[in-house]
Design a protein around this ligand. Structure first.
Ligand code: IPM
Ligand code: MN
Length: 382
């Protein structure tokens, strides 16, 4: 008979049951999501909640077999859940962009996940390409606007395919889109200041050391005067509502220098969709690469979707060498948003223990462990 899971006091209290939609997706997506679910379930047993998972097999296989990218009512189906956990989307057999746009971007839009929250956090023992920087220097979060800007898709081309071709892709923002994004960013900064929270929080030591909440607007006010004139005006308009948050501004080109040279300057960075897309890949590299970078597509009043921010890494599919920590971190962020703060903190601390004491590298095939063993280590150290 299989051993029964160990009971502790918490199992006897009535915990919440969360309904989680799981989209494993393509390539190594299913492998990393499997580990995230393993950690999620272990955290549930320890902290007294349960997660009822429903799997949606959307992705390349489904598309190649049926010709359908997503069912018409996909967003409605997902709305019935408390949160969505996503593996990765993209497959070499399918034209680049088709699945990414048809699944990832479509769900972000239809579920109105207008924030993409991407912590840039260097865990102990993880190698960073930044010289003389450690975990105390690299710990901030990027709030990327997630449904507007260039991604709105407004534009077109004429005389297409000729030497006279003209093409446009417009950066469009409304006051309301900018306002809700900035408000979320100010609130994120305020929360970091007021309590310890691993995914969007300053540590007690930071607070004791006088590090205050700071929000940096990243824009391009010197050239993109219309759009970033709007962002800057709303930023200044909201600031007095958040007196505990210090405000700063950086042009996007300059911020790529500072993120490399002085990452310790940053606490929360807020920016538009395309700038956020670009600077968070840079941020991910400074925290040890795509193997450990997690993100959340957030609708604060709706269903949010959490994902490792790297791709589907097709060449490692099925080899059990891919790093699952980004997906496990995404599950940790999800628990934070569901209100399971203790469980979320425990996952964060366990990840830090495993990177600091066990793993040799964050790179696929060089971890010193298989994908499943890394998941087991995080479970053992919860
Ligand atoms: C990301 C990705 C997506 C984006 C692509 C796959 C559409 O790069 O999540 O950052 O551009 O947002
Ligand atoms: Mn990207």
């Amino acid at each position: 008979m299989p051993a029964l899971p160990e009971l502790n006091e918490r199992d006897l209290t009535m915990g919440k049951n969360y309904r989680i939609a799981v989209i494993p997706g393509d390539g190594t997506g299913p492998e990393v999501v499997g580990e995230a679910v393993k950690v999620l379930d272990a955290a549930g047993r320890k902290f007294g909640f349960s997660a009822e998972k429903t799997c949606f097999k959307w992705g390349a296989e489904h598309y190649l077999a049926t010709g359908e990218i997503l069912p018409a009512d996909a967003a409605d189906q997902l709305r019935r859940f408390d949160a969505v956990l996503l593996g990765a989307i993209g497959d070499p057999r399918v034209k680049p962009g088709l699945l990414e746009k048809g699944i990832l971007l479509r769900l972000r839009f239809e579920l109105d996940q207008y924030i993409n929250l991407r912590p840039v956090k260097l865990y102990p023992g993880v190698e960073t390409p930044l010289a003389n920087k450690g975990p105390e220097d690299i710990n901030y979060v990027v709030v990327r606007e997630n449904t507007g800007g260039i991604y709105t898709g407004i534009g077109g081309s004429a005389q297409t395919g000729t030497k006279d071709e003209v093409a446009t892709q417009s950066m469009v923002y409304t006051y309301k889109q900018v306002e809700r994004c900035l408000r979320f960013a100010f609130e994120t900064a305020r929360k970091r200041h007021s309590r310890e929270n691993p995914w969007n929080g300053l540590s007690q030591e930071d607070i004791a050391a006088g590090k205050t909440a700071q929000l940096t607007l990243c824009g391009k006010t010197n050239v993109l005067t219309h759009v970033f004139g709007l962002w800057e005006r709303v930023f200044k308009e909201l600031a007095p509502e958040f007196p505990e948050v210090k405000t700063a501004y950086s042009h996007v080109d300059a911020i790529t220098m500072w993120m490399v040279k002085n990452p310790e300057w940053f606490d929360v960075i807020v920016t538009c969709n395309i700038f956020g897309d670009i600077i968070t890949d840079l941020g991910a590299m400074t925290q040890g690469g795509m193997g450990i970078a997690s993100g959340g597509n957030i609708n604060p009043a709706g269903v949010s979707m959490f994902e490792p921010i790297g791709g589907s890494a097709p060449k490692y599919t099925g080899k059990h060498v891919i790093n699952p920590l980004a997906a496990i971190g995404a599950a940790g962020m999800m628990l934070d948003f569901l209100g399971e703060k203790e469980a979320s903190s425990a996952i964060d601390r366990s990840m830090a223990f495993v990177t600091g004491n066990k793993m040799e590298s964050m790179a696929a095939g060089k971890m010193g462990y298989s994908t499943g063993e890394v998941g087991d280590l995080v479970v053992e150290n919860l």
